[in-house]
Design a protein around this ligand. Sequence first.
Ligand code: FAD
Length: 300
Amino acid sequence: MSFFNKLVVSSIPLVPRPIVRRFAGRYIAGETLADAITCVRQINTEGACATLDVLGEDIFTKEEAVDSRNQSIEVLHTITKEKLDSNLSIKLTSLGLKLDKDFCTENVREILKVAAAQNIFVRFDMENSTCTTDTIDVFRVLHKDFPNTGIVLQAYLFRTEEDTRLLLKEKPNFRLCKGIYKESPDIAFQGREEVQQNFLKLLGMMFEQKAYVGIATHDSLLVDGAIAMIDKMGLKKTEYEFQMLLGVRPELRKKLVRDGHKLRLYVPFGEHWYGYSTRRFKENPEIAGYVFKALFTPNK
Ligand SMILES: Cc1cc2nc3c(=O)[nH]c(=O)nc-3n(C[C@H](O)[C@H](O)[C@H](O)COP(=O)(O)OP(=O)(O)OC[C@H]3O[C@@H](n4cnc5c(N)ncnc54)[C@H](O)[C@@H]3O)c2cc1C
């Protein structure tokens, strides 16, 4: 990211919230479940599927964690009722991971019981490195009882190769991404090329062991690298999927669908849009343009 864009991103806390909300709009379905339904319907019409995420991360009380659980359960019922082609993604910190790991495990179990009854897949998102071990632990406990679940691994972490080996024994369903959080050089690759190389190495390890992988990237080099690997290994379209974020490179997403690949879009929604949206801004090469456009375009 250029120095100018870094400056713009670091000034975002000073930008009035209604303005941030306007240029956050492309990355989130909206603030209500009704907004999310409309968005997923549109995505399904375009031949892609979705994974819904109720926005909300660190919470401070068990009541908030239970509230977050209930919102995810409501999403599951809605997916079934509205016949949406969608999974659910969850973040364990919003379900109490930092308060009490056992409590979090049982809280997630309640979600997974409903998901299993409705045959809906649930993905455990991966948060920053203070959560990696605990997220994997909770996942491994619950995956035994609920096989229709999967976990995210981040290619920027040194530890991920070892985590991949460990988890491959349990034949899980992976989402492989680069990783979005700022991590120290002691534990994570910092260079773009190193992360790309590790991503492709891990993808190869997963495919060789016949794991199903959600290839979560908008990076053309990685998309092309993954397709080359898929062709070389002769994988069927049912053995992997591509995954992208709402609002990012829609033209690439449509091309992958046209080429016959399964494509899943991550669709976040809810009141707690601020943290998620500002992480997206940090990755956006055009961020400065959007901020200025939002600042100087009058509200419609
Ligand atoms: C479905 C999905 C789920 C994810 N889940 C997790 C998770 O659980 N944990 C986690 O740590 N990370 C997660 N991520 C984020 C991921 O780790 C990366 O931070 C993110 O995808 C950017 O990396 P990239 O591979 O797309 O490459 P980049 O090099 O960042 O992007 C490639 C190109 O895409 C475009 N682009 C990328 N981001 C934006 C943006 N915000 N706005 C506009 N254009 C953009 C640009 O043209 C850029 O050059 C997820 C990503 C996806 C797609």
